[in-house]
Write a protein that binds this ligand. Structure first.
Ligand code: SF4
Ligand code: SF4
Length: 90
């Protein structure tokens, strides 16, 4: 099962205001490690033509990108009430 199939098993209510913003100019100019590419369980960070691309839809709100990015490129907050991920357990 690939990541797209896995994410289809989780419910999301996308907020009109993204709860994560990434300053990709920092990513593309100063960050060589790009740990977000490997640490995000939902694979929301990708490289396209050597440029970092971030898509907030499908974010699992784990906070790993916020903790691991040490350049200040990631601005993170919880989605507003009623929005965001809804895990179905059981
Ligand atoms: S670790 Fe931070 S600065 Fe580096 S590519 Fe990812 S979001 Fe950008
Ligand atoms: S909070 Fe977690 S799932 Fe969402 S973009 Fe960051 S690392 Fe990925």
């Amino acid at each position: 099962m690939d990541i797209t199939e896995k994410l289809l098993r989780v419910n999301f209510s996308t907020d009109e205001t993204p709860h994560i913003k990434v300053n990709t100019s920092i990513c593309d100019t100063t960050c060589s490690m790009k740990v977000c590419l490997n640490i995000c369980p939902a694979e929301r960070f990708t490289l396209e033509s050597e440029k970092l691309r971030f898509v907030v839809d499908g974010c699992l709100e784990c906070g790993a990108c916020r903790i691991s990015c040490d350049t200040g490129a990631v601005t993170w907050s919880y989605p507003r009430g009623g929005a965001g991920v809804r895990f179905r357990l059981g």
